[in-house]
Design a protein around this ligand. Structure first.
Ligand code: FAD
Length: 387
């Protein structure tokens, strides 16, 4: 049996960062990084990378990734009701094509001592003091960072994500951006929150797409593209670059049992339910997994506690806001307040792209614009305020 201290399944941002952090804490550990595909590889994504991601990579000593992307200072949000907030983000975010971003993190992990191997994992069995993968490989700990359709999550008994906790999005590359200085977001009318985006990419053009925050509300590929065309006319993606994928939202039931198997990133259903942002959550949860994987049989329990400490309050706040966002009038109130008040805009960006929580001042400014029916319905549903 080919046995390692740590086997990481999936070499996206969550997996590469888990490998990197484990090696930073225990240089010389044998870390095997498995992926079903060769790198560099495309990943279906909007390529928007929050400023906070680079802070985490700086702390890990991974340099040069910022420079692969385009700095985009502005953010523009528009509701179907016509409210527009167009401001400089508290800190500039970046657009980094995932083909480059992910390959750079994998290179850093290999440079730190991880062994990268192409292998699609199909089966895990618990052998007591180690986890066996596909009958041939074993790890004293395993990090499942194998994305939205995680085999590792299923092996742990994680339930299939509910439609309401799964977003669906399609993306492609267009020859021009809606605005070369701005991350442009156009919200759609309809029963489920949804938006179209145009994010300028390095070298010109844009990553454009459309996402719906409910699997059953997404419709066909043709319908997704029709809604993108209606919201962002002129942003026409090259058909050869179009790909759609699921996003497991952090409103999903938590899955992290005790034991030697840990989950990170999309496999842990860490995607922000307000924005579909998942790279920050993948990197942050990958960092925790890399540290906790070194705890042997206590790894799973340590990861569960770390995830709650790091994300619990944030996820409760964005979950409550995601429930409010389905009510007519909420988005207009929130974006209207963000247009009028810098403090609301900055709070919204931190909630949507990082680990922010709702500030009482921002909440009061949004609530002042809410139709009273929305407030009453939310109080009834929650039985009180969010903690
Ligand atoms: C259309 C779309 C747009 C998005 N836009 C943004 C955005 O602009 N900004 C943002 O922050 N987030 C965005 N997201 C979310 C973001 O892409 C994910 O949250 C992020 O990629 C999660 O990283 P990860 O490392 O957990 O998983 P992934 O990046 O999915 O990596 C998982 C890896 O596991 C490998 N793998 C899968 N199964 C196996 C297996 N059985 N064995 C071995 N390897 C396996 C895959 O090949 C892959 O390399 C978007 C998502 C979609 C679908």
């Amino acid at each position: 049996m080919d046995t390692h201290d740590l086997v990481v399944v999936g070499a996206g941002p969550a997996g590469a960062v888990a490998a990197l952090h484990a090696l930073a804490l225990r240089p010389g550990a044998s870390v095997l990084l498995l992926d079903a595909r060769d790198f560099p590889r495309d990943k279906t994504c909007g390529d928007g990378v929050a400023a906070e991601v680079f802070d985490l990579l700086d702390d890990l000593g991974v340099t040069g990734v910022r420079e692969l992307g385009l700095e985009v200072p502005m953010l523009r949000l528009r509701t179907p009701g016509g409210r527009v907030a167009h401001r400089a983000a508290p800190r500039p975010n970046r657009v980094v094509p995932r083909r480059w971003f992910d390959a750079a993190l994998v290179d850093a992990a290999v440079h730190a001592g991880a062994e990268l191997r192409r292998h699609r994992v199909r089966e895990l069995t618990d052998d007591g003091d180690r986890i066996v993968l596909d009958g041939t490989l074993a790890g004293r700990a395993v990090v499942g960072a194998d994305g939205a359709h995680s085999v590792v999550r299923r092996a742990l008994g994680g339930p299939a994500p509910r439609p309401a906790d799964t977003a669906v999005a399609i993306r492609g590359y267009a020859p021009v951006a809606a605005d070369a200085e701005t991350l442009t977001i156009e919200f759609a009318a309809g029963p489920h929150p949804a938006y179209a985006w145009s994010f300028p990419v390095p070298g010109g053009g844009a990553n454009v797409g459309y996402g719906v925050f409910h699997r059953d509300g997404a419709g066909s590929r043709a319908e997704l593209l029709a809604r993108l065309a209606a919201l962002l006319p002129g942003q026409v993606p090259d058909p050869a670059t179009l790909r759609a994928h699921h996003l497991p939202l952090s409103t999903s039931p938590r899955v992290q049992p005790d034991g030697r198997v840990l989950l990170a990133g999309d496999a842990a259903a860490a995607v922000n339910p307000l924005t579909g942002e998942g790279i920050f959550d993948a990197v942050a949860s990958g960092l925790l997994a890399g540290r906790n994987a070194l705890r042997g049989a206590g790894a799973g329990a340590a990861q569960r506690a770390s995830m709650e400490r790091a994300f619990g309050r944030h996820q409760r706040h964005v979950g409550a806001l995601a429930r409010l966002a389905v009510r007519p009038g909420f988005l207009d109130a929130a974006i209207g307040a963000a247009a009028a008040h810098r403090t609301v805009f900055d709070c919204a960006v931190r909630l949507g792209l990082g680990r922010g929580t709702v500030s009482p001042a921002a909440l009061a400014l949004v609530a002042g614009r809410l139709p009273s029916a929305v407030i009453r319905a939310h109080r009834r549903a929650r039985g009180g305020a969010v903690r």
